[in-house]
Design a protein around this ligand. Structure first.
Ligand code: HEM
Length: 389
C-alpha cells in the first residue's frame, strides 16, 4: 500500500483515506520509509506535538543565495525560536494588509470580450486573484505586481522538498528579482520602521537579519497564497456547479460561504503536510521513533467519521465543518484562514451575481503533486446576467 502518490494519478483519494482511517490510522509505509497518519485524533496530536518538527530540506548547493535566504527565513519551514520570530513577522505583515476589493480585481481579469467564450477559470482567475489581492493590499505598483504575478509560479517550486534541476533553475531565475522588488517596496511602506523595531525589540537578531526575515516572509505570503488559494477557488467552484449544490433559488453570500467552508473539509486543496520526529513519539500505542518521517493526511482526518457525522457526504449544514484540518493546527496553523475563505466567497459571489455559468463537461485533471489536489484547468463559459457589467 503506497501512501505517497500523485494526485494526478488517483481518481478518488478519499476512498483510500476512508479505508486507511478505519483500518490503519497510524501506518508505517515500508517502501517510502514514512509514517502516514489518517485519523483526526492522531493527526491533531502530531500537529500539536512538540517533538514533531517541520523537516529540513536536503541541502542544495545549486540554489542561489536569494533562494537560500528565503527558505531559511520562512515561518512555514522553520522550527523553535526561528519559527517564533518568523511567525510573528508573518502575522504582523498580515495584520498590515489593507482591504482591497476582490470585485475590482475580478472585473479586470474577466474582461468583456471573454464573455460567451470558453475560459479556463484556473489560469484566468485562480492563479492570479489570491496573489493580486495580497500584492494590492500592500500597495505594490502595477509594474512590480505584474512581474511578481508572472513569476510566482516559478518561485513556488521553492516549497518542494526534493527539487529537480529544472525546478532549481526556475527558482534561481526569479528569486533575485522578486527579493529585490519586495525589499525596495517594503522600505516605502508606512509601517516598515515600526515592524523592524517590534522584531528587533523582541529578539536578539541583527538589523540585517531582521530585514531579510521581513522580506522573506512577505514573499512567503505570495508563495502561500498561490497554490492553496488557487485550489480553494477551483474546488469551491466545482462544488457550487455540481448538481447537488445548485438550488433553484438564488445563492446568497451566506450559502456560498458555507459551501466554501465545507469544500475545505470535503475536497481540500492541501491534502497533507509533513513532520519529522525529534524524539520517540507514542501514538495509538505505536512508537514513532526519533528521526522517523511523518505524513499527516489532513484530507483523511477531514473525512474521519469519529469527528464528522456522515463524513463522506457534502453537507453545508453540519455544525462542525469548521473543525477541518485543512489549514493545519497548532503552532504552524495557517495565518490566512479567514482571508482565504473571504476572498473565495467574495469571488464566487461576484461570479454568481453577474453571470450565468456553464461548465464544460470535460473530466477534471489534477496537477502531478503529492501534497496538493489542484485542478489543472476548469473550462467555463460566462453569460451576462445584467447589463451593468
Ligand atoms: C485555501 C487556502 C490555504 C490553505 C488551504 C492553507 C493551508 C495551510 C497549511 C496546511 C499550513 C500549515 C502547514 C503545516 O502545519 O505544515 C499553512 C501555513 C501557512 N499559511 Fe496557509 N493556506 C492557505 C492560504 C494562505 C494564504 C492566502 C496565505 C498568505 C497570504 C497563507 C499563509 C500561510 C503562512 C505564512 C503559513 C505558515 C504559518 C507557520 O508556519 O507558522 N496561507 N497554510
Amino acid at each position: 500500500m503506497s501512501t505517497l502518490f500523485l494526485q494526478s494519478e488517483v481518481k478518488n483519494p478519499y476512498a483510500l483515506y476512508e479505508k486507511m482511517t478505519a483500518e490503519r490510522p497510524v501506518y508505517w509505509d515500508q517502501t517510502h520509509k514514512i509514517w502516514a497518519i489518517y485519523s483526526y485524533e492522531a493527526c491533531t496530536q502530531i500537529l500539536n506535538h512538540t517533538a514533531a518538527h517541520i523537516p529540513a530540506f536536503p541541502s542544495n548547493d545549486n540554489l542561489s543565495k536569494y533562494a537560500v535566504l528565503i527558505i531559511s527565513n520562512l515561518a512555514r519551514l522553520s522550527n523553535g525560536i526561528q519559527h517564533e520570530i518568523a511567525k510573528e513577522t508573518a502575522g504582523i505583515l498580515f495584520s498590515y494588509m489593507k482591504t482591497v476589493g476582490v470585485n475590482y480585481i475580478l472585473e479586470e481579469l474577466l474582461r468583456k470580450e471573454l464573455l460567451g467564450n470558453p475560459i479556463n477559470w484556473v489560469d484566468l482567475v485562480c492563479k492570479k486573484l489570491p496573489v493580486l489581492t495580497v500584492l494590492k493590499s500592500f500597495d505594490f505598483n502595477e509594474k512590480d505586481t505584474l512581474l511578481i504575478c508572472e513569476k510566482i509560479e516559478q518561485l513556488v517550486k521553492i516549497m518542494q522538498p526534493n527539487k529537480t534541476a529544472e525546478a532549481i533553475e526556475s527558482i534561481n531565475t526569479v528569486s533575485e528579482a522578486i527579493y529585490d522588488i519586495t525589499e525596495r517596496h517594503l522600505v516605502t511602506l508606512p509601517f516598515y520602521k515600526t515592524l523592524i523595531d517590534k522584531i528587533s525589540a523582541s529578539y536578539p537578531i541583527s538589523l540585517e537579519e531582521t530585514i531579510s526575515m521581513i522580506v522573506s516572509n512577505l514573499i512567503g505570503l505570495f508563495i502561500q497564497s498561490y497554490d492553496a488559494g488557487r485550489g480553494l477557488l477551483s474546488n469551491s467552484l466545482l462544488q457550487i456547479l455540481s448538481k447537488e449544490n445548485r438550488p433553484e433559488d438564488k445563492m446568497d453570500k451566506v450559502r456560498i460561504q458555507k459551501i466554501v467552508l465545507e469544500t475545505l473539509r470535503f475536497d481540500p486543496p492541501i491534502q497533507n503536510t509533513r513532520r519529522i520526529a525529534t524524539e520517540d513519539i507514542s501514538l495509538n500505542k505505536i512508537i514513532i521513533k526519533k528521526n522517523d518521517s511523518i505524513l499527516i493526511v489532513l484530507a483523511a482526518a477531514n473525512r474521519d467519521p469519529k469527528q464528522f457525522a456522515n463524513a463522506m457526504n457534502f453537507d453545508i449544514e453540519r455544525n462542525n465543518n469548521h473543525e477541518h484540518l485543512t489549514f493545519g493546527n497548532g503552532g504552524h496553523m495557517c495565518v490566512a484562514k479567514h482571508f482565504s475563505v473571504t476572498i473565495t466567497t467574495e469571488a464566487l459571489d461576484y461570479l454568481l451575481s453577474n453571470f450565468n455559468i456553464i461548465l464544460s463537461g470535460n473530466e477534471i485533471a489534477y496537477e502531478p503533486l503529492i501534497n496538493a489536489r489542484l485542478p489543472q484547468a476548469i473550462w467555463i463559459s460566462l453569460y451576462n446576467l445584467n447589463q451593468t457589467i
